[in-house]
Design a protein around this ligand. Structure first.
Ligand code: URA
Length: 282
């Protein structure tokens, strides 16, 4: 038998996904609304103990229709594994649609209607689960958490809160000219601090010692050279997190989706999907 995510048939999620904000709320100039909203990943059956707020979906998420399944997702899945959290989580993003262009996300960090819909999800999730910790990934998700908590009438929440450096922070900071060693060290040290803070606060699915990330100069040099975390620090997305029938390679550590096109317009309109060479059955 294959496990799969049964989707949004049950309220409050059925109502939420039927009532999503479109381009009237998410401006076409700043968000890739043409690819549709991508709502969540993880448990919607009341069994989540960790609630994760990510940033916005990218190319892999656009195809898999679940969030945090690409590079960022696999890095963060590895973090959850270190905490002993294998299945008892639910993730939503700050934005339903992928941010387009520079600064689009920050400009809309406190947009009332975007936040209003996000608050409905967060209220539903803390009401429907016993959440022991909320984790935000990156600055926009941190703002989303605090905006939610400060909003009058938000559902009660008294569990832990942990803000973490976004999983792809090193890649974007290196791309904008920052030192690779400093960028990766920042992520690894921050995630080790988060591991220490959350271990013992969150009830694990599988009790295991929280093996920290190796942030030694030699280990960071290896990560910088490889431009990725070592395999033992990555997690595989569980089959139960994706819609029925999606092939296993969509959950693998191999990249399989990228935006391509000769012009900005064509690139925005095109996601190229390729079965990873190593994972082809032919
Ligand atoms: N993909 C997501 O869905 N969220 C992120 O924050 C990053 C990548």
């Amino acid at each position: 038998m294959h496990a799969f995510d049964p989707g949004y048939a049950r309220d409050p999620y059925a109502t939420l996904v039927g009532d999503y904000p479109d381009e009237d709320v998410y401006p076409v100039g700043d968000f890739r609304v043409e690819w549709g909203p991508i709502f969540h990943r993880g448990r919607l059956d009341g069994s989540a103990r960790v609630l994760v707020i990510g940033q916005d979906p990218a190319a892999h998420e656009t195809v898999a229709r679940r969030i945090l399944v690409g590079t960022a997702g696999r890095r963060f899945q590895g973090f959850l594994g270190k905490l002993g959290i294998d299945t008892s989580y639910v993730m939503v993003n700050t934005f339903l649609y992928s941010v387009y262009g520079q600064g689009g996300g920050s400009a809309h960090a406190k947009d009332q209607h975007i936040a209003g819909y996000r608050h409905r999800w967060l209220d539903a999730l803390v009401g429907d689960n016993t959440i022991e910790a909320v984790i935000s990934l990156g600055g926009l998700a941190d703002t989303a958490f605090h905006t939610w908590r400060d909003a009058p009438g938000s559902a009660p929440y008294s569990g832990a809160y942990q803000h973490m450096v976004h999983p792809t922070f090193p890649d974007s900071s290196i791309a904008s000219g920052s030192d690779p060693v400093t960028s990766w060290t920042r992520l690894l040290e921050d995630w080790n601090a988060a591991l220490t803070a959350l271990h013992g606060v969150v009830t694990p699915d599988t009790a295991r010692p929280p093996v920290p990330y190796d942030a030694s100069p030699a280990a960071v040099a290896a990560v910088v050279a490889a431009k990725k975390l070592p395999p033992e620090d990555l997690g595989t997305i569980p089959e139960a997190d994706l819609p029925a029938g999606l092939p296993a390679w969509m959950r693998s550590d191999e990249p399989w989706a990228k935006r391509v096109g000769p012009t900005p317009e064509e690139k925005r309109a095109t996601v190229e999907v390729t079965v990873p060479e190593k994972l082809r059955p032919f």
